[in-house]
Design a protein around this ligand. Structure first.
Ligand code: NAP
Length: 527
Protein backbone atom coordinates (compact mmCIF):
# COMPACT_ATOMS: atom_id res chain seq x y z
CA UNK A 1 0.00 0.00 0.00
CA UNK A 2 1.39 3.36 -1.03
CA UNK A 3 1.55 6.15 1.51
CA UNK A 4 -0.35 9.18 0.26
CA UNK A 5 1.12 12.56 1.15
CA UNK A 6 -2.31 14.22 0.98
CA UNK A 7 -4.49 15.78 3.60
CA UNK A 8 -7.77 13.96 4.11
CA UNK A 9 -10.60 16.47 4.09
CA UNK A 10 -13.86 14.56 4.31
CA UNK A 11 -13.88 12.15 1.37
CA UNK A 12 -11.31 14.16 -0.57
CA UNK A 13 -7.56 13.59 -0.64
CA UNK A 14 -6.05 17.01 -1.21
CA UNK A 15 -2.45 18.09 -1.41
CA UNK A 16 -1.50 20.61 1.26
CA UNK A 17 0.42 23.57 -0.11
CA UNK A 18 1.53 25.20 3.14
CA UNK A 19 5.06 23.90 3.55
CA UNK A 20 6.08 20.27 3.94
CA UNK A 21 6.44 17.78 6.77
CA UNK A 22 8.85 14.86 6.38
CA UNK A 23 8.99 11.74 8.48
CA UNK A 24 12.40 10.82 9.86
CA UNK A 25 13.86 7.39 10.46
CA UNK A 26 14.26 7.56 14.24
CA UNK A 27 17.29 5.27 14.29
CA UNK A 28 19.30 6.86 11.47
CA UNK A 29 17.96 10.41 11.33
CA UNK A 30 17.44 9.97 7.56
CA UNK A 31 14.35 11.64 6.06
CA UNK A 32 11.63 9.30 4.84
CA UNK A 33 9.57 9.85 1.67
CA UNK A 34 7.07 11.23 0.89
CA UNK A 35 6.90 14.86 1.98
CA UNK A 36 3.46 15.62 3.41
CA UNK A 37 1.90 18.92 2.42
CA UNK A 38 0.90 21.20 5.30
CA UNK A 39 -2.71 22.40 5.35
CA UNK A 40 -3.58 25.98 4.49
CA UNK A 41 -6.06 28.00 6.51
CA UNK A 42 -8.57 27.54 3.67
CA UNK A 43 -8.16 23.76 3.96
CA UNK A 44 -8.66 23.99 7.73
CA UNK A 45 -11.86 25.94 7.03
CA UNK A 46 -13.06 23.18 4.67
CA UNK A 47 -12.42 20.46 7.26
CA UNK A 48 -14.22 22.41 10.02
CA UNK A 49 -17.21 23.19 7.77
CA UNK A 50 -17.55 19.51 6.82
CA UNK A 51 -17.22 18.38 10.45
CA UNK A 52 -19.91 20.83 11.50
CA UNK A 53 -22.22 19.69 8.70
CA UNK A 54 -21.68 16.04 9.69
CA UNK A 55 -22.19 16.60 13.40
CA UNK A 56 -26.00 16.56 13.70
CA UNK A 57 -26.34 13.74 11.16
CA UNK A 58 -23.66 11.46 12.62
CA UNK A 59 -24.88 11.79 16.20
CA UNK A 60 -28.43 10.72 15.36
CA UNK A 61 -27.50 7.64 13.31
CA UNK A 62 -28.52 4.32 14.89
CA UNK A 63 -26.14 3.15 17.62
CA UNK A 64 -25.58 -0.01 15.60
CA UNK A 65 -24.21 2.07 12.70
CA UNK A 66 -21.85 3.91 15.04
CA UNK A 67 -20.66 0.60 16.54
CA UNK A 68 -20.09 -0.91 13.11
CA UNK A 69 -18.12 2.18 12.10
CA UNK A 70 -15.72 1.66 15.03
CA UNK A 71 -15.34 -2.02 14.16
CA UNK A 72 -14.77 -1.18 10.49
CA UNK A 73 -11.95 1.21 11.40
CA UNK A 74 -10.37 -1.60 13.43
CA UNK A 75 -10.60 -4.02 10.51
CA UNK A 76 -9.32 -1.46 8.00
CA UNK A 77 -6.28 -0.81 10.21
CA UNK A 78 -5.55 -4.54 10.34
CA UNK A 79 -5.99 -4.74 6.56
CA UNK A 80 -3.13 -2.28 6.00
CA UNK A 81 -0.87 -5.12 7.10
CA UNK A 82 2.88 -4.96 7.38
CA UNK A 83 3.28 -1.61 5.63
CA UNK A 84 1.83 0.05 8.73
CA UNK A 85 4.04 -1.86 11.14
CA UNK A 86 7.21 -1.16 9.13
CA UNK A 87 6.47 2.53 8.72
CA UNK A 88 5.59 2.92 12.37
CA UNK A 89 8.77 1.13 13.51
CA UNK A 90 10.87 3.36 11.24
CA UNK A 91 9.25 6.61 12.36
CA UNK A 92 9.15 5.84 16.10
CA UNK A 93 12.28 3.74 16.62
CA UNK A 94 10.15 1.44 18.77
CA UNK A 95 10.70 -2.31 18.36
CA UNK A 96 8.45 -4.30 16.04
CA UNK A 97 6.98 -6.40 18.87
CA UNK A 98 5.92 -3.26 20.72
CA UNK A 99 4.31 -1.76 17.61
CA UNK A 100 2.47 -4.99 16.82
CA UNK A 101 1.22 -5.01 20.40
CA UNK A 102 0.18 -1.39 20.07
CA UNK A 103 -1.79 -2.16 16.93
CA UNK A 104 -3.59 -4.88 18.91
CA UNK A 105 -4.38 -2.39 21.64
CA UNK A 106 -5.65 0.16 19.10
CA UNK A 107 -7.94 -2.36 17.45
CA UNK A 108 -9.05 -3.64 20.87
CA UNK A 109 -9.94 -0.11 22.03
CA UNK A 110 -12.03 0.53 18.93
CA UNK A 111 -13.90 -2.75 19.47
CA UNK A 112 -14.38 -2.02 23.17
CA UNK A 113 -16.00 1.32 22.30
CA UNK A 114 -18.20 -0.45 19.73
CA UNK A 115 -19.51 -2.64 22.58
CA UNK A 116 -20.00 0.43 24.79
CA UNK A 117 -22.04 2.11 22.04
CA UNK A 118 -24.22 -0.98 21.47
CA UNK A 119 -24.94 -1.31 25.18
CA UNK A 120 -26.05 2.35 25.33
CA UNK A 121 -25.46 3.01 29.05
CA UNK A 122 -23.32 6.02 28.15
CA UNK A 123 -26.57 7.81 27.20
CA UNK A 124 -27.29 7.92 30.96
CA UNK A 125 -31.07 7.92 30.52
CA UNK A 126 -33.03 9.24 33.51
CA UNK A 127 -36.77 9.71 33.56
CA UNK A 128 -38.78 11.47 36.28
CA UNK A 129 -42.37 10.87 35.02
CA UNK A 130 -44.97 13.60 35.43
CA UNK A 131 -47.06 13.58 38.60
CA UNK A 132 -50.11 15.68 37.69
CA UNK A 133 -51.77 14.99 41.05
CA UNK A 134 -48.81 15.99 43.19
CA UNK A 135 -49.63 18.56 45.91
CA UNK A 136 -49.13 21.41 46.37
CA UNK A 137 -47.89 21.54 42.75
CA UNK A 138 -48.01 18.99 39.96
CA UNK A 139 -44.64 17.62 38.84
CA UNK A 140 -43.48 18.08 35.26
CA UNK A 141 -42.23 15.20 33.10
CA UNK A 142 -38.40 15.35 32.94
CA UNK A 143 -36.20 13.14 30.79
CA UNK A 144 -32.42 13.31 30.52
CA UNK A 145 -29.92 11.89 28.09
CA UNK A 146 -26.30 12.68 27.27
CA UNK A 147 -25.57 14.23 23.88
CA UNK A 148 -22.23 14.54 22.07
CA UNK A 149 -20.41 17.88 22.34
CA UNK A 150 -19.83 18.25 18.58
CA UNK A 151 -16.64 18.14 16.47
CA UNK A 152 -13.48 17.24 18.40
CA UNK A 153 -9.86 18.13 17.53
CA UNK A 154 -7.40 15.35 18.33
CA UNK A 155 -3.65 15.86 18.80
CA UNK A 156 -2.04 12.41 18.99
CA UNK A 157 0.91 11.40 21.14
CA UNK A 158 4.45 10.95 19.87
CA UNK A 159 5.00 7.96 22.18
CA UNK A 160 1.92 5.97 21.12
CA UNK A 161 1.86 6.44 17.33
CA UNK A 162 -1.04 4.00 16.99
CA UNK A 163 -2.88 3.64 20.31
CA UNK A 164 -2.89 7.37 21.07
CA UNK A 165 -2.81 8.98 17.68
CA UNK A 166 -5.06 9.30 14.61
CA UNK A 167 -7.37 6.36 15.49
CA UNK A 168 -6.29 6.04 19.11
CA UNK A 169 -8.11 6.40 22.40
CA UNK A 170 -9.18 10.04 22.00
CA UNK A 171 -10.53 9.50 18.49
CA UNK A 172 -12.27 6.22 19.37
CA UNK A 173 -13.98 7.71 22.43
CA UNK A 174 -15.04 10.84 20.52
CA UNK A 175 -16.51 8.76 17.67
CA UNK A 176 -18.24 6.53 20.24
CA UNK A 177 -19.77 9.58 21.89
CA UNK A 178 -21.11 10.70 18.49
CA UNK A 179 -18.57 13.42 17.68
CA UNK A 180 -16.87 13.98 14.31
CA UNK A 181 -13.07 14.17 14.62
CA UNK A 182 -10.44 16.32 12.94
CA UNK A 183 -7.03 14.80 13.69
CA UNK A 184 -3.89 16.94 13.60
CA UNK A 185 -1.13 14.55 12.50
CA UNK A 186 1.89 14.41 14.84
CA UNK A 187 5.03 15.51 13.00
CA UNK A 188 6.93 12.58 14.59
CA UNK A 189 4.94 9.98 12.61
CA UNK A 190 3.31 11.53 9.52
CA UNK A 191 3.46 8.34 7.42
CA UNK A 192 1.81 6.28 10.16
CA UNK A 193 -0.81 9.01 10.50
CA UNK A 194 -1.48 9.00 6.74
CA UNK A 195 -1.94 5.22 6.63
CA UNK A 196 -4.27 5.11 9.63
CA UNK A 197 -6.11 8.22 8.41
CA UNK A 198 -6.83 6.49 5.10
CA UNK A 199 -8.24 3.50 7.04
CA UNK A 200 -10.60 5.80 8.94
CA UNK A 201 -11.60 7.70 5.80
CA UNK A 202 -12.41 4.38 4.10
CA UNK A 203 -14.49 3.29 7.12
CA UNK A 204 -16.52 6.50 6.83
CA UNK A 205 -17.29 5.60 3.20
CA UNK A 206 -17.79 1.87 3.95
CA UNK A 207 -20.44 2.73 6.55
CA UNK A 208 -22.16 5.43 4.49
CA UNK A 209 -21.48 8.16 7.08
CA UNK A 210 -21.41 11.88 6.34
CA UNK A 211 -17.99 12.67 4.89
CA UNK A 212 -17.13 15.29 7.51
CA UNK A 213 -17.16 12.63 10.22
CA UNK A 214 -13.37 12.52 9.86
CA UNK A 215 -10.55 14.66 8.47
CA UNK A 216 -6.77 14.51 8.87
CA UNK A 217 -4.60 17.62 8.63
CA UNK A 218 -0.81 18.05 8.54
CA UNK A 219 0.59 21.23 10.04
CA UNK A 220 3.94 22.64 8.92
CA UNK A 221 3.93 25.18 11.78
CA UNK A 222 1.48 25.98 14.56
CA UNK A 223 -1.30 27.77 12.62
CA UNK A 224 -3.39 24.72 11.82
CA UNK A 225 -3.25 23.17 15.29
CA UNK A 226 -4.01 26.49 16.93
CA UNK A 227 -6.59 27.38 14.30
CA UNK A 228 -8.39 24.12 15.02
CA UNK A 229 -8.57 24.82 18.76
CA UNK A 230 -9.81 28.36 18.07
CA UNK A 231 -12.42 27.43 15.46
CA UNK A 232 -15.96 28.05 16.71
CA UNK A 233 -17.16 24.73 15.29
CA UNK A 234 -14.70 22.67 17.35
CA UNK A 235 -16.29 21.84 20.71
CA UNK A 236 -13.56 19.89 22.55
CA UNK A 237 -9.89 18.95 22.25
CA UNK A 238 -8.02 15.73 23.04
CA UNK A 239 -4.25 16.15 23.42
CA UNK A 240 -1.28 14.09 24.64
CA UNK A 241 2.15 15.67 24.73
CA UNK A 242 4.27 18.24 26.51
CA UNK A 243 3.22 20.50 29.34
CA UNK A 244 4.15 23.53 27.20
CA UNK A 245 2.05 22.37 24.23
CA UNK A 246 -0.91 21.32 26.37
CA UNK A 247 -1.04 24.53 28.39
CA UNK A 248 -0.70 26.64 25.21
CA UNK A 249 -3.79 24.90 23.79
CA UNK A 250 -5.64 25.21 27.13
CA UNK A 251 -5.04 28.99 27.08
CA UNK A 252 -6.25 29.27 23.49
CA UNK A 253 -9.40 27.29 24.26
CA UNK A 254 -10.12 29.36 27.37
CA UNK A 255 -9.70 32.62 25.43
CA UNK A 256 -12.34 31.74 22.83
CA UNK A 257 -15.67 33.52 22.81
CA UNK A 258 -17.10 30.15 23.75
CA UNK A 259 -14.39 28.43 25.84
CA UNK A 260 -14.20 24.67 25.29
CA UNK A 261 -12.76 21.77 27.30
CA UNK A 262 -9.22 20.64 26.49
CA UNK A 263 -8.46 17.14 27.70
CA UNK A 264 -4.69 17.39 27.73
CA UNK A 265 -2.48 14.69 29.15
CA UNK A 266 0.88 16.28 29.84
CA UNK A 267 3.40 15.65 32.55
CA UNK A 268 3.74 13.26 35.47
CA UNK A 269 6.67 11.81 37.44
CA UNK A 270 4.69 8.94 38.97
CA UNK A 271 6.11 8.55 42.48
CA UNK A 272 7.15 5.12 43.71
CA UNK A 273 6.89 4.80 47.50
CA UNK A 274 9.10 2.17 49.10
CA UNK A 275 7.76 1.29 52.56
CA UNK A 276 10.21 0.10 55.25
CA UNK A 277 9.18 -3.57 55.51
CA UNK A 278 8.96 -4.15 51.77
CA UNK A 279 12.32 -2.44 51.32
CA UNK A 280 13.93 -4.55 54.02
CA UNK A 281 12.44 -7.88 52.87
CA UNK A 282 12.51 -7.47 49.08
CA UNK A 283 14.58 -4.39 48.26
CA UNK A 284 16.83 -6.09 45.71
CA UNK A 285 13.92 -7.73 43.86
CA UNK A 286 11.99 -4.45 43.76
CA UNK A 287 15.12 -2.72 42.46
CA UNK A 288 15.46 -5.16 39.58
CA UNK A 289 11.80 -4.79 38.59
CA UNK A 290 12.04 -1.02 38.94
CA UNK A 291 15.03 -0.88 36.56
CA UNK A 292 13.07 -2.79 33.89
CA UNK A 293 10.05 -0.53 34.26
CA UNK A 294 12.22 2.60 34.15
CA UNK A 295 13.99 1.61 30.94
CA UNK A 296 10.96 0.15 29.12
CA UNK A 297 10.49 1.85 25.74
CA UNK A 298 13.51 4.10 26.47
CA UNK A 299 11.47 5.46 29.39
CA UNK A 300 9.11 7.25 27.00
CA UNK A 301 5.94 6.55 28.93
CA UNK A 302 3.74 9.10 30.62
CA UNK A 303 3.60 6.62 33.51
CA UNK A 304 7.37 6.18 33.72
CA UNK A 305 8.54 5.96 37.39
CA UNK A 306 10.52 9.20 37.56
CA UNK A 307 10.55 9.60 41.34
CA UNK A 308 11.32 7.19 44.20
CA UNK A 309 10.61 8.15 47.82
CA UNK A 310 12.06 6.05 50.64
CA UNK A 311 13.49 6.29 54.13
CA UNK A 312 17.28 6.54 54.04
CA UNK A 313 19.40 3.70 55.39
CA UNK A 314 21.10 0.40 54.48
CA UNK A 315 17.89 -1.10 53.04
CA UNK A 316 17.62 1.76 50.58
CA UNK A 317 21.30 1.35 49.74
CA UNK A 318 20.66 -2.33 48.92
CA UNK A 319 17.76 -1.29 46.64
CA UNK A 320 20.02 1.24 44.89
CA UNK A 321 22.74 -1.34 44.43
CA UNK A 322 20.35 -3.83 42.82
CA UNK A 323 18.80 -1.15 40.61
CA UNK A 324 22.21 0.12 39.50
CA UNK A 325 23.41 -3.37 38.63
CA UNK A 326 20.27 -4.07 36.63
CA UNK A 327 20.44 -0.73 34.81
CA UNK A 328 24.05 -1.33 33.76
CA UNK A 329 22.85 -4.38 31.80
CA UNK A 330 20.06 -2.52 29.99
CA UNK A 331 21.19 -1.27 26.60
CA UNK A 332 20.46 2.30 25.53
CA UNK A 333 17.51 2.57 23.12
CA UNK A 334 16.54 4.75 20.19
CA UNK A 335 14.30 7.61 21.23
CA UNK A 336 11.20 8.74 19.33
CA UNK A 337 12.59 11.85 17.68
CA UNK A 338 15.86 13.78 17.57
CA UNK A 339 14.05 16.60 19.44
CA UNK A 340 12.92 14.32 22.28
CA UNK A 341 16.45 12.86 22.44
CA UNK A 342 17.98 16.34 22.64
CA UNK A 343 15.56 17.36 25.40
CA UNK A 344 16.40 14.16 27.33
CA UNK A 345 20.16 14.61 27.05
CA UNK A 346 19.89 18.25 28.09
CA UNK A 347 17.70 17.41 31.13
CA UNK A 348 20.11 14.63 32.17
CA UNK A 349 23.03 17.07 31.93
CA UNK A 350 21.26 19.68 34.07
CA UNK A 351 20.26 17.12 36.70
CA UNK A 352 23.75 15.58 36.85
CA UNK A 353 25.29 19.03 37.34
CA UNK A 354 22.79 20.08 40.01
CA UNK A 355 24.71 20.79 43.22
CA UNK A 356 22.17 18.87 45.34
CA UNK A 357 21.98 15.80 43.11
CA UNK A 358 24.24 12.75 42.99
CA UNK A 359 24.44 10.50 39.92
CA UNK A 360 24.03 6.92 41.14
CA UNK A 361 24.04 4.85 37.98
CA UNK A 362 23.83 4.87 34.20
CA UNK A 363 22.40 2.34 31.80
CA UNK A 364 24.27 0.83 28.86
CA UNK A 365 26.05 3.41 26.71
CA UNK A 366 24.31 5.06 23.77
CA UNK A 367 25.54 3.69 20.43
CA UNK A 368 23.41 5.61 17.96
CA UNK A 369 22.96 9.38 17.61
CA UNK A 370 19.44 9.32 19.07
CA UNK A 371 19.83 6.60 21.70
CA UNK A 372 18.86 7.42 25.27
CA UNK A 373 20.89 6.02 28.17
CA UNK A 374 19.06 5.27 31.41
CA UNK A 375 20.07 7.26 34.48
CA UNK A 376 19.48 7.11 38.23
CA UNK A 377 20.00 10.08 40.54
CA UNK A 378 19.52 10.81 44.22
CA UNK A 379 18.89 13.81 46.40
CA UNK A 380 17.75 14.60 49.93
CA UNK A 381 14.23 15.44 51.02
CA UNK A 382 15.32 18.97 51.97
CA UNK A 383 16.90 19.58 48.55
CA UNK A 384 13.88 18.13 46.75
CA UNK A 385 11.65 20.57 48.61
CA UNK A 386 13.90 23.54 47.98
CA UNK A 387 14.35 22.97 44.22
CA UNK A 388 11.10 22.94 42.27
CA UNK A 389 12.95 21.96 39.08
CA UNK A 390 13.68 18.54 40.58
CA UNK A 391 9.94 17.80 40.36
CA UNK A 392 9.87 18.36 36.59
CA UNK A 393 9.28 15.41 34.29
CA UNK A 394 12.31 14.14 32.38
CA UNK A 395 10.81 12.36 29.38
CA UNK A 396 13.01 9.26 29.15
CA UNK A 397 14.56 6.57 31.35
CA UNK A 398 15.63 8.81 34.24
CA UNK A 399 14.57 8.64 37.86
CA UNK A 400 15.38 10.52 41.04
CA UNK A 401 15.56 8.81 44.43
CA UNK A 402 14.73 11.07 47.37
CA UNK A 403 16.32 9.99 50.65
CA UNK A 404 13.87 10.85 53.42
CA UNK A 405 14.91 10.97 57.09
CA UNK A 406 11.66 9.27 58.17
CA UNK A 407 8.20 8.24 56.97
CA UNK A 408 6.62 11.46 58.21
CA UNK A 409 8.85 13.47 55.86
CA UNK A 410 8.04 11.12 53.00
CA UNK A 411 4.33 11.69 53.63
CA UNK A 412 4.87 15.47 53.73
CA UNK A 413 6.59 15.33 50.35
CA UNK A 414 3.57 13.58 48.84
CA UNK A 415 1.36 16.44 50.01
CA UNK A 416 3.64 18.88 48.19
CA UNK A 417 3.79 17.03 44.85
CA UNK A 418 2.03 18.25 41.72
CA UNK A 419 -0.80 16.14 40.26
CA UNK A 420 0.23 12.69 39.02
CA UNK A 421 -1.15 9.97 36.77
CA UNK A 422 0.01 7.17 39.07
CA UNK A 423 1.55 6.41 42.44
CA UNK A 424 3.00 2.98 43.24
CA UNK A 425 3.21 1.65 46.79
CA UNK A 426 5.64 -1.15 47.59
CA UNK A 427 4.38 -2.68 50.80
CA UNK A 428 4.39 -5.85 52.85
CA UNK A 429 1.65 -6.70 55.30
CA UNK A 430 3.53 -5.03 58.16
CA UNK A 431 3.39 -1.76 56.12
CA UNK A 432 -0.41 -1.75 55.68
CA UNK A 433 -1.11 0.52 58.65
CA UNK A 434 1.32 3.17 57.38
CA UNK A 435 0.10 2.77 53.81
CA UNK A 436 -3.48 3.41 54.94
CA UNK A 437 -2.42 6.77 56.36
CA UNK A 438 -1.06 8.03 53.05
CA UNK A 439 -4.00 6.91 50.87
CA UNK A 440 -6.10 10.11 51.27
CA UNK A 441 -3.15 12.26 50.16
CA UNK A 442 -2.52 9.96 47.20
CA UNK A 443 -6.19 10.14 46.20
CA UNK A 444 -5.87 13.93 46.16
CA UNK A 445 -2.74 13.80 44.00
CA UNK A 446 -3.16 10.92 41.56
CA UNK A 447 -5.53 9.12 39.20
CA UNK A 448 -4.31 5.56 39.85
CA UNK A 449 -2.81 4.09 43.01
CA UNK A 450 -1.15 0.72 42.53
CA UNK A 451 0.41 -1.78 44.89
CA UNK A 452 3.63 -3.75 44.39
CA UNK A 453 3.91 -2.89 40.73
CA UNK A 454 4.76 -0.01 38.40
CA UNK A 455 2.43 2.21 36.39
CA UNK A 456 3.96 1.58 32.97
CA UNK A 457 1.39 -1.02 31.89
CA UNK A 458 -1.95 0.73 31.35
CA UNK A 459 -4.79 -1.78 31.06
CA UNK A 460 -7.56 -0.71 28.69
CA UNK A 461 -10.76 -1.56 30.52
CA UNK A 462 -13.80 -0.24 32.30
CA UNK A 463 -12.23 0.53 35.68
CA UNK A 464 -9.04 2.19 34.40
CA UNK A 465 -8.29 5.82 35.22
CA UNK A 466 -5.51 7.31 33.16
CA UNK A 467 -5.77 10.87 34.35
CA UNK A 468 -5.03 12.96 37.38
CA UNK A 469 -4.87 16.52 38.71
CA UNK A 470 -2.91 19.19 36.81
CA UNK A 471 -0.31 19.01 35.33
CA UNK A 472 -0.70 15.27 34.73
CA UNK A 473 -3.84 16.26 32.86
CA UNK A 474 -5.79 19.44 32.26
CA UNK A 475 -8.85 18.06 34.01
CA UNK A 476 -8.49 15.42 36.72
CA UNK A 477 -12.19 14.53 36.55
CA UNK A 478 -11.69 12.30 33.56
CA UNK A 479 -9.68 9.48 32.04
CA UNK A 480 -8.19 9.21 28.57
CA UNK A 481 -7.83 5.40 28.67
CA UNK A 482 -10.70 2.94 29.12
CA UNK A 483 -14.38 3.06 28.40
CA UNK A 484 -15.05 5.98 30.78
CA UNK A 485 -13.08 8.19 28.35
CA UNK A 486 -16.33 8.54 26.36
CA UNK A 487 -17.74 10.83 29.10
CA UNK A 488 -15.30 13.61 28.14
CA UNK A 489 -17.19 14.24 24.94
CA UNK A 490 -20.76 14.17 26.28
CA UNK A 491 -23.01 16.54 28.19
CA UNK A 492 -26.48 16.08 29.69
CA UNK A 493 -29.64 17.62 28.22
CA UNK A 494 -33.07 17.56 29.93
CA UNK A 495 -36.35 17.46 28.04
CA UNK A 496 -39.32 18.83 29.97
CA UNK A 497 -42.91 17.90 29.06
CA UNK A 498 -41.83 16.98 25.55
CA UNK A 499 -44.38 14.91 23.59
CA UNK A 500 -43.24 11.34 22.92
CA UNK A 501 -43.31 11.98 19.17
CA UNK A 502 -40.63 14.66 19.57
CA UNK A 503 -38.45 12.85 22.06
CA UNK A 504 -35.27 11.09 20.89
CA UNK A 505 -35.68 7.29 20.78
CA UNK A 506 -33.49 6.91 23.87
CA UNK A 507 -36.14 8.73 25.93
CA UNK A 508 -39.40 7.47 24.44
CA UNK A 509 -41.73 5.83 26.96
CA UNK A 510 -41.78 2.50 25.09
CA UNK A 511 -37.95 2.30 25.33
CA UNK A 512 -37.50 1.24 21.69
CA UNK A 513 -33.69 1.03 22.08
CA UNK A 514 -33.99 -1.37 25.02
CA UNK A 515 -31.81 0.81 27.25
CA UNK A 516 -31.19 0.53 30.96
CA UNK A 517 -32.85 3.60 32.50
CA UNK A 518 -33.08 5.32 35.86
CA UNK A 519 -36.79 5.88 36.46
CA UNK A 520 -37.58 8.11 39.43
CA UNK A 521 -34.03 7.51 40.60
CA UNK A 522 -34.26 3.70 40.47
CA UNK A 523 -32.22 1.74 37.95
CA UNK A 524 -34.41 -0.39 35.66
CA UNK A 525 -32.54 -2.96 33.65
CA UNK A 526 -33.89 -3.61 30.18
CA UNK A 527 -33.03 -7.33 30.22
P1 NAP B 1 4.41 18.23 22.00
O1 NAP B 1 5.59 18.96 21.50
O2 NAP B 1 3.60 18.91 23.03
O3 NAP B 1 3.50 17.88 20.72
C1 NAP B 1 2.24 17.25 20.82
C2 NAP B 1 1.35 17.70 19.67
O4 NAP B 1 0.89 19.03 19.87
C3 NAP B 1 2.03 17.73 18.31
O5 NAP B 1 1.07 17.43 17.34
C4 NAP B 1 2.49 19.16 18.19
O6 NAP B 1 2.63 19.58 16.86
C5 NAP B 1 1.35 19.90 18.84
N1 NAP B 1 1.75 21.14 19.51
C6 NAP B 1 2.68 21.28 20.48
N2 NAP B 1 2.72 22.55 20.92
C7 NAP B 1 1.79 23.23 20.20
C8 NAP B 1 1.37 24.59 20.18
N3 NAP B 1 1.91 25.50 20.99
N4 NAP B 1 0.41 24.94 19.32
C9 NAP B 1 -0.15 24.02 18.49
N5 NAP B 1 0.21 22.73 18.45
C10 NAP B 1 1.18 22.33 19.30
O7 NAP B 1 4.82 16.85 22.60
P2 NAP B 1 5.59 15.61 21.92
O8 NAP B 1 6.57 16.09 20.92
O9 NAP B 1 4.62 14.62 21.51
O10 NAP B 1 6.33 14.99 23.16
C11 NAP B 1 7.37 15.64 23.75
C12 NAP B 1 7.08 15.83 25.22
O11 NAP B 1 5.72 15.54 25.59
C13 NAP B 1 7.88 14.91 26.04
O12 NAP B 1 9.12 15.47 26.29
C14 NAP B 1 7.03 14.70 27.27
O13 NAP B 1 7.36 15.64 28.23
C15 NAP B 1 5.65 14.93 26.84
N6 NAP B 1 4.83 13.71 26.71
C16 NAP B 1 3.97 13.42 27.69
C17 NAP B 1 3.14 12.36 27.57
C18 NAP B 1 2.13 12.04 28.62
O14 NAP B 1 1.28 11.22 28.38
N7 NAP B 1 2.14 12.66 29.77
C19 NAP B 1 3.16 11.57 26.43
C20 NAP B 1 4.04 11.91 25.42
C21 NAP B 1 4.84 13.00 25.57
P3 NAP B 1 3.94 19.15 16.01
O15 NAP B 1 3.83 17.68 15.77
O16 NAP B 1 3.80 19.91 14.76
O17 NAP B 1 5.12 19.55 16.84
Amino acid sequence: MEISSDLLIGKQSVHGTNGAIKGVDAATGEPLAPAFGGATLAQLEDACALAWAASDVYRELPLETRARFLETIAQNILDIGDVLIERCVAESGLPRGRIEGERGRTVGQLRMFAAVVREGDFLGVRIDPAQPQRQPLPRVDLRLRYVPLGPVAVFGASNFPLAFSVAGGDTASAFAAGCPVIAKAHSAHPGTSALVGAAVQKAVADCGLPEGTFSLLFDSGRDIGQGLVSDRRIKAVGFTGSRGGGTALMKLAAARREPIPVYAEMSSINPVLLFPNALKNRGAAIGKAFASSLALGAGQFCTNPGLVLAVDGPDLDAFIQATSAALADIPAATMLTPGIHRAYVSALGKTAEHSDVKTLARGGEAKGATQGQAALFSTTAAAFRANAELQEEIFGAASLIVRCPDLATLFDLIEELEGQLTAALHIDEADYADAAKILPALERRTGRILVNGFGTGVEVGHAMVHGGPFPSTADGRSTSVGSLAIDRFLRPVSYQDMPDALLPDALKTENPLGLNRRIDGKLQLSK
